[in-house]
Design a protein around this ligand. Structure first.
Ligand code: CTP
Ligand code: MG
Length: 444
C-alpha cells in the first residue's frame, strides 16, 4: 500500500541508488533516535527513555531494533541534556551486544520540543549520509524489518516515507459538551508511526523552509514538515509492534508482549546453565580513591582499592556469567596486561563479558546480586543501579544489599563484598540473538 500524502514534485524513482551492507562500509543511512522527552504522560520520575521495560531501559529496546537493521547505519541518540552519560552507557552496551563499532554511535543533547531534538540530531549527521530516518525511542518494540522497509522505500522512490496503519475504530467528532457532531470517514484515516525516512537533502530543505516561514510550531511531525514544504511523502504499511509507549497502559502492553516472549525460553537441546561469582575489595587507605559500585559512581563515599575500579558487584557478576558459560573467571579472561581494561570501570568488563557469553552461544536469563557491607547506603540508588546494569546485561537483574550485624571484615567497615548468581540460556543456532525484537504480531 502506498498512499500519497502530497502528490507533487515527485523526484525520480531510484534517484538514490540501492546500496547494500556488503557494498559499502561507511554508513549512508542515519537513524536519529529522539529520546529527550520527559514522558509526562507516563508519569515516572525519570525521563521515558530510561524507564525500565522488562528490566531494561526503553532506549535499550529501541536501539536493539536499529542495530538489527541490515544497513550499516549511523545512530544518533538525542538524549535529555542531563542524562547524556547514562544514554551513552546504555547505547554503548547495546552496540557491544550487537558487535557494532562505537563509531556508529553519536549521542547529543536534545531540546525543549521534539522538533528541537530532531534539529540536534540533524546537526550531527555524518557527511556521507544520504538517507535519514527519524525515530521515536518511545516506539521501543519497533521491528528492525520496519526500519529496513522505510530505507528501501526512500531509496526506491527518492521521497519521504512514513509507516502507517489503518484506523480500525470508528472515529467521532465530539463537541466539548460531549455531543457527537459526526462520524469521520475512517477509510481516509491512517495512524502513522516512526521511523519516518527522507532523503537527507529533502529533510534539510524542508527544515530550512519551516524556519523561514515560521512553520515549526504548527508542524510537530517530520512528515508533515516535509509535506508542508511541498515535497512528496507516502505511506508504507506500519507494524503493530511499532506502537508508541505514551501512557502506563502502553507500558503494560509492551511488558506483556515481552513477558510472553520470555516465558518461551529458546528451544535448545541443551539445558540452561548457572554460575556464581564472589568478589571482595578493601576500602582504600588513602581516602582519595573514588567509589564505584554496581556500575555507579558514588561521590563523597570512600573508594575501594583494586587493580581496576574495585566494583565488587560488577566483578562478581562477570565471574557468575563467565562461570555459567564455562569461560573461566575474570582474572583469566581479562588478565592485568590488556591495555583496554587498565583502570576500566565495571561496566566495561560487564559489556565485554556479555559479548563473550553471546559469542559462546548463550544469552543471559537473569542475574541476582547480593552486596555485603556497611557503606554506601545502597538502597537509595538501587533502582538506578539495576537500570544501569540491566541495560548492559539485556536481562533482568536484582541487587540486594545487607550488613553483617557488625561481624567480620565488612561489619568492621574494612571493605565490601558481593556475590552474584547468573542464569544463562543456550542459544539454538537459528534463534534470535539477545534482545532481538520478538516475532509477534499484536492485534490492534
Ligand atoms: N522527544 C524528544 N525531545 C523532546 C520531546 C520528545 O526527543 N523535547 C522524543 C521523546 O523522547 C519520544 C518521542 O520524541 O521518544 C515522542 O514523544 P512523546 O511520546 O510525546 O514523548 P515525551 O515527550 O517524552 O512524552 P510526554 O509528551 O508524555 O511528556
Ligand atoms: Mg511529548
Amino acid at each position: 500500500m502506498t498512499v500519497p500524502l502530497v502528490s507533487q514534485a515527485v523526484p525520480q524513482p531510484g534517484a538514490l541508488a540501492d546500496r547494500t551492507r556488503s557494498a559499502v562500509t561507511a554508513p549512508t543511512v542515519a537513524v536519529i533516535v529522539v529520546a529527550a522527552g520527559s514522558g509526562n504522560r507516563l508519569g515516572h520520575a525519570e525521563p521515558k527513555a530510561f524507564v525500565l521495560l522488562h528490566m531494561r531501559p526503553l532506549l535499550d529496546h529501541a536501539l536493539d531494533s536499529i542495530f538489527g537493521m541490515r544497513w550499516p547505519v549511523q545512530i544518533i541518540v538525542v538524549a535529555p541534556s542531563d542524562r547524556i552519560a547514562d544514554a551513552r552507557a546504555i547505547a554503548a552496551a547495546t552496540a557491544a551486544r550487537h558487535e557494532a563499532p562505537a563509531s556508529a554511535l553519536t549521542i547529543v543533547a536534545g531540546g525543549g520540543t521534539r522538533q528541537d531534538s530532531v534539529d540536534q540530531g540533524v546537526a550531527a549527521l555524518l557527511p556521507g549520509i544520504d538517507v535519514v530516518l527519524v525515530h521515536d525511542a518511545a516506539r521501543a518494540l519497533t521491528p528492525a524489518s520496519l526500519c529496513d522497509a522505510v530505507v528501501d522505500a526512500v531509496r526506491s522512490t527518492g521521497h519521504g516515507i512514513i509507516p502507517g496503519l489503518p484506523v480500525v475504530d470508528t472515529i467521532k467528532r465530539v463537541a466539548a459538551s460531549g455531543t457527537i457532531l459526526g462520524t469521520v470517514n475512517r477509510s481516509e484515516l491512517l495512524a502513522v508511526q516512526t521511523p519516518q525516512g527522507f532523503p537527507r537533502a529533502m529533510l534539510a530543505a524542508a527544515r530550512a523552509w519551516a524556519v523561514q516561514n515560521g512553520r515549526f510550531e504548527a508542524l510537530t511531525d517530520d512528515a508533515a514538515l516535509v509535506a508542508d514544504a511541498g515535497h512528496t511523502v507516502t505511506v508504507i504499511p506500519g507494524d503493530p509492534l511499532a506502537f508508541k509507549i505514551t501512557t502506563p497502559e502502553d507500558l503494560e502492553r509492551a511488558e506483556l508482549i515481552l513477558h510472553v516472549v520470555a516465558a518461551t525460553p529458546p528451544q535448545s537441546p541443551l539445558p540452561p546453565r548457572i554460575g556464581t561469582g564472589l568478589d571482595v575489595h578493601a576500602f582504600a587507605a588513602d581516602g582519595t580513591t573514588d567509589l564505584w559500585l554496581a556500575g555507579l559512581y558514588w561521590p563523597g563515599e570512600r573508594g575501594l582499592s583494586g587493580h581496576s575500579d574495585g566494583d565488587v558487584a560488577a566483578h562478581a557478576i562477570c565471574d557468575a556469567l563467565l562461570g555459567a558459560a564455562g569461560l573461566g573467571d575474570i582474572g583469566s579472561v581479562f588478565g592485568t596486561t590488556d591495555p583496554r581494561f587498565s583502570g576500566a570501570h565495571g561496566d566495561v568488563f560487564l559489556a565485554e563479558t556479555v559479548r563473550l557469553v553471546a559469542a559462546a552461544g548463550y544469552q543471559v536469563g537473569n542475574v541476582s546480586v547480593q552486596i555485603i557491607g556497611n557503606h554506601p547506603k545502597f538502597s537509595l540508588r538501587r533502582a538506578e543501579a539495576e537500570t544501569r546494569l540491566a541495560g548492559i546485561l539485556s536481562a533482568p537483574i536484582n541487587i540486594a544489599a545487607t550488613t553483617t550485624d557488625a561481624l567480620g571484615f565488612t561489619g568492621r567497615g574494612e571493605g565490601v563484598a558481593a556475590t552474584a548468581t547468573a542464569l544463562l540460556y543456550p542459544l539454538p543456532p537459528a534463534a534470535p540473538g539477545p534482545g532481538q525484537t520478538p516475532d509477534l504480531n499484536w492485534e490492534a
